[in-house]
Design a protein around this ligand. Structure first.
Ligand SMILES: [Ca+2]
Ligand SMILES: [Ca+2]
Ligand SMILES: [Ca+2]
Length: 90
């Protein structure tokens, strides 16, 4: 038994032996392409996966550098903190 449309479904079970099934997880066993899965009259387009790319996830590496910079700055502030001017009580 052949498979005229070469969709992997043999002609004896293929309801549409000349139309290859569209493997879209919708009635993929009958051998007929299901061009309108939801029967809304609008053929399903092999819609380009929406936003698989998306706006590049801003891989702003949690700025370790600026954190260090801040820490350093902070330390500097701390260390250079007002050294209580010793009023030389002499
Ligand atoms: Ca077939
Ligand atoms: Ca299908
Ligand atoms: Ca089908």
């Amino acid at each position: 038994m052949g498979d005229r449309d070469g969709d992997g479904i043999k002609d004896d079970v293929d309801k549409c032996p000349d139309d290859p099934e569209d493997y879209d997880d919708f009635e993929d066993e009958d051998g007929c392409p299901d061009l309108d899965n939801d029967k809304d009259g609008i053929p399903d387009e092999r819609t380009i996966a929406p936003t698989s790319q998306g706006p590049r996830a801003t891989t702003v590496v949690p700025s370790t550098r600026s954190t260090i910079a801040m820490a350093t700055a902070f330390r500097m502030i701390v260390t250079s903190a007002p050294t209580i001017p010793r009023t030389s009580t002499a």
